[in-house]
Design a protein around this ligand. Sequence first.
Ligand SMILES: *Cc1c(COP(=O)(O)O)cnc(C)c1O
Length: 458
Amino acid sequence: MALHRVTDRGGDAQDIYSTPLSREVLPKYQMPKEASDPRIAYALIHSELQLDGNSSQNLATFCSTWSEDEVHRLMNDCLDKNMIDKDEYPQTAEIESRCVHMLADLWNSPSGRDTMGCSTTGSSEAAMLGGLALKWRWRERRQAEGKPTDRPNLVCGPVQICWDKFARYFDVELRQIPLEPGATGIRPHQLREYVDENTIGVVAILGVTYTCDYEPVEEIAAELDAIMADTGLDVPVHVDAASGGFIAPFVQPELVWDFRIPRVASINTSGHKYGLAPLGVGWVVWRSADLLPEDLVFRVSYLGGDMPTFALNFSRPGGEIVAQYYLLLRLGREGYRMIQQTCAETAQALAEEIKTMGPFTLLYDGTGGLPAVSYTLTDPATAGFSLYDLSDELRRRGWQVPSYPLPANRQETVIQRVLVRHGISRDVISLLAEDIRRSLARLAGGTPSDEAREGFHH
Ligand SMILES: *Cc1c(COP(=O)(O)O)cnc(C)c1O
């Protein structure tokens, strides 16, 4: 009976790869004229996507590449929820607000319940909002003093590109402090030379993108306290905790970097990095509501009243926010601690391996900052290969392990970095270590591909 029906409808029985759509190259420049069978269109796009890298071997990204089935289901439940429409989806709005308060509490906000904060599309949007609040407050202060407001600057170390964007898009001078020899971030004594009456704030990074080390937020704030005592300049700190905001509270709970420091005005994090949520969610939280100028806040209608919003976007999916809440609820502090601690231990085990391999010097060994390892070639001039060559060798086995130069003043140093995140097991890292050893042996014997090519010609 079933067979009869299938045969009747023709298309149902046909093999996907012998349908008209799959006998052609898929359209690239113009929409097709006719509609296609959804299963066939899906299958063809699905196979095209196989050409992307395998995210479980992507050791370059901080972002989530693994999620539980329940996350997929909640994302599916939320496909139609527009988070900006607070009136239509008040429960999504409520869940967003719960996440903000839980993060404020995790980061030791003195007034968790009336902290101000919101979700964003990631740390980049969160940085724009944090930076705008700094700029607005600086300007209000200067205007009240009858002083010029045309030359704002933001002081920072080796920041992620989002801060370059913030500075360019919102007309702020980015005063980037160059790295001292051997340093992986700002050293507090450097600040005095860079901050002045036009400084809207200092950005400290919890998890420097290049090396995965933390900048010393407490010492940075103490130096700014000293500067204030000497000069009267009161410069707030914004902590870019894109990665560290979901690591430090669990792996280094004794480290003081957050709202325990009075000078820390705001903090951002990426929910989709070590927050473990699917791609597309970040968070920014202000220590108290008064640090977010009223002027930047827009009100949208919400359950007959209105709700304050601060965002660069308007419509945006609610699923990532709901998934973030699910993860906070499902894992709890202990669940996050176990996951992040395991990642840290896996990174430290890799650091031990890297140490014994010979040609490397560790820059960061996975202890004290993010679950990651970064290293350089001890003697690039005599190694006979570069870290870029090693990245290429590893790529042949599917591993994505990036190599890149350090920022300003240390550009001559090329480093390699491996990130360990949820879903990357100790076993996977041991396989990577074996492949690094094998690649080193190949590189030491001259590139096999060159020999092979010579053999072919002669
Ligand atoms: C990843 C990262 C960002 C940007 O975050 P997105 O969530 O990708 O927008 C900003 N700052 C730091 C330190 C980062 O690591």
